[in-house]
Design a protein around this ligand. Structure first.
Ligand code: SF4
Length: 625
């Protein structure tokens, strides 16, 4: 197989040593790279009983066959480990150039284990590996840390780093790169913090052999051109390059998808939010300009600049998930305040989705008298109070004793501490908060969150919400028509959920940016690129099987790390309470328990949610069980 090195760099922080290890070709043929490779190293090296914050946890930064290709969306990479939030298998995907540079070091992945005796950053330059003192960076934010590493090592290095929340082991701490992209959702920043690893810098100069570079180049050019042409047909107010993911408000509001006031209200109950935190207001109030990843023609990332006032800053513009969870969800309609709060999270390494959700729990608890000013450091946690949220971000990031420390462990943990039935409005499951996709708007989101096998409940694994929002189908895999009304039907939900989950796993292992799909990128493009780069000669059936294998491996890992069937059925009560207005009025995912069991059956898992022998034999995975 071409297009990959079939080698990984293993870094032992305890011993300050490293080795380069060969990886059998069969591992790539089964799991491709990226997220699949990260799961493979958990399977190979982290036995049952390994805790997320134990030195033995493997933190894998991984690339796939696509890194090195000049295709729009190839500036992507994955990372994985056991999650501090769920205690189970987790992975996350990130953009910017770190992955491409990592691969140019002559390895497909860096697998980190152990714990440094003191704060450390690691430098990898082709085959040179150095362990450097990071004690002067400890306590600094993630962006300053990147600046300090680049000042010491050179601007040409690509860097990942953590801020204070990672050091303090906040359960939803993330990892940043290039001050614009983040490994979010599953607490990988805390895994770095637990290892005393403040940063990692990579620079390389090598490219692996590609099976047919001419065919790959022609395909890349054709795909990029087609996507540019498709984008040119869209009006400015509907262009992701102009609006970033802020354009999602215009798509999600008519779907009933927005999270309003901790998912207790509809989009019609917060008209000032719908008017002020979407599309054009984003561009106008934040002076947003494209800040794209390398080779990307979609260009969703934005750099923003708020020139004056208490929310003045210049840097990363918030994505849909950030301003939905910290805006709509908290009844804050000031785009500048939301953006500023989001960038504070980025500096500290706080996942904005979880932060928005834990603050919604705190605000509802304050409204209902479960929390008082005696708990909130005197802050008025009334809905919509953006300045109070900003102050709480600063306290959560450093685990200030009391409420902030509890919120650093997530809304479920905080609810268990403060009691009084407040678990009823903790919108989380398996220790992870739910992202900005409303189960009442499409029931498949409920099925995805309950049965997901990577990173607990995760909107980017089985992202079926895109079926109705972005008209994304998978015709090559048999999903070529879906009616609007099917949002509220379980009939094909298992099929949708399984196929989208496997599709996401292939994408995250290839590794490629999913947003390309909004501009015509499809499974034929994905397969064509995989075959041109690797020479695997797959069919669509083979590619689906690869996705199925990665999903199965992740499922087996979760079972190893303590997943129980009941975990899938312990979901947030809030989504079973209907809203009375808007397009999803009266809709709740009734029948979800039966749908979960139907999904087990569809996947050929047994009634306890465990992959069956026939499935494992079909996938050639008996040795992994
Ligand atoms: S669509 Fe956005 S996230 Fe994806 S590669 Fe392009 S700029 Fe980066």
């Amino acid at each position: 197989m071409k297009g990959v090195w079939k080698k990984i760099l293993k870094v032992n922080l305890s011993a300050r040593s490293h080795t380069v290890e060969d990886v059998p070709e069969s591992v790539y043929e089964y799991f491709l790279g990226g997220a699949g490779l990260a799961a493979y190293f958990l399977w190979k090296e982290c036995p049952a009983g390994t805790g997320a914050l134990d030195p033995e946890n493997r933190l894998t930064f991984a690339t796939g066959p696509f890194q090195g290709q000049k295709q729009s969306g190839a500036a992507k990479w994955s990372a994985g480990a056991i999650s501090p939030a769920t205690g189970m298998n987790a992975d996350s995907a990130c953009t910017a150039s770190f992955g491409m540079e990592l691969k140019m070091c002559g390895v497909d992945a860096i697998v980190v284990h152990g714990k440094a005796a003191a704060p450390t950053y690691v430098v990898v330059e082709d085959s040179r590996v150095a362990f450097k003192d990071a004690s002067g960076m400890w306590g600094k934010d993630a962006y300053v840390t990147e600046d300090m590493i680049k000042a010491a090592e050179g601007e040409a290095f690509q860097v990942v780093s953590i801020g204070q929340a990672g050091e303090k082991l906040v359960k939803y701490a993330n990892i940043q790169t290039a001050k614009k992209s983040f490994l979010g959702r599953c607490g990988l920043g805390s895994v770095m913090g637990s290892k005393n690893l403040k940063g990692l810098a990579v620079k390389g100069s090598q490219f692996p052999d590609v099976y047919d570079q001419q065919a790959a180049t022609e395909l890349n050019l054709a795909i990029n051109k087609r996507m540019i042409d498709v984008m040119a047909t869209k009006p400015d107010h509907f262009k992701i390059r102009v609006l970033g993911t802020a354009m999602a408000t215009a798509l999600f509001a008519p779907q009933g998808n927005l999270p309003v006031k901790n998912y207790s209200l509809s989009e019609l109950d917060f008209p000032s939010g719908v008017a002020n935190i979407g599309g054009m207001p984003y561009v106008e109030k934040l002076n947003a300009k494209p800040w794209p990843c390398k080779y990307c023609v979609i260009q969703c990332h934005n750099k923003v600049e708020v020139k004056e006032g208490k929310y003045a800053y210049s840097g990363k513009g918030p994505e849909y998930e950030s301003f939905a969870m910290m805006g709509f969800n908290l009844l804050i309609d000031d785009m500048q305040a939301i953006a500023y709060a989001g960038e504070l999270c980025n500096l500290y390494s706080l996942d904005t989705i979880s932060l928005g959700s834990v603050m919604a729990w705190a605000m509802e608890s304050y409204e209902k008298g479960v929390l008082t000013k005696a708990d909130t450091y005197g802050l008025d946690l009334t809905w919509g109070n953006s300045d109070a949220v900003i102050e709480m971000i600063k306290k959560i990031a450093v685990r200030e004793p009391g409420l902030a420390d509890a919120l650093a462990d997530g809304s479920g943990a905080a609810a268990r501490k403060y009691g009084k039935n407040s678990i009823d409005w903790a919108v989380q499951m398996k220790g992870t908060e739910i992202a900005a996709h409303n189960w009442r708007a499409q029931y498949t989101s409920a099925l995805n969150y309950c049965t997901g096998v990577a990173s607990g409940p995760n909107h980017e694994r089985a992202n079926t919400q895109h079926i109705w929002v972005g008209h994304i189908l998978l015709p090559e895999w048999g999903i070529d028509h879906v009616a609007n009304e099917e949002r509220w039907s379980w009939e094909r939900a298992s099929e949708f959920n399984a196929k989208f989950h496997d599709y996401c796993n292939v994408i995250n292992s290839a590794v490629h940016c999913k947003f390309q799909e909004f501009t015509s990128y499809n499974l034929t493009d994905l397969l064509g690129t995989i075959n041109a780069v690797t020479g695997l000669g797959w069919t669509q059936t083979d590619m689906r099987k690869c996705g199925e294998r990665i999903t199965t491996l992740q499922k087996l890992l979760n079972i190893r790390y303590g997943w129980k069937k009941a975990d899938d059925f312990t979901y947030p009560k809030r989504f079973m309470e209907p809203v009375d207005k808007g397009v999803a009025a009266g809709k709740i995912p009734e029948g979800l328990d039966d749908a979960i069991l139907d999904y087990y059956h569809h996947r050929r898992w047994d009634q306890n949610g465990v992959p069956g022998r026939e499935l494992l034999a079909d996938l050639g995975m008996e040795q992994y069980a």
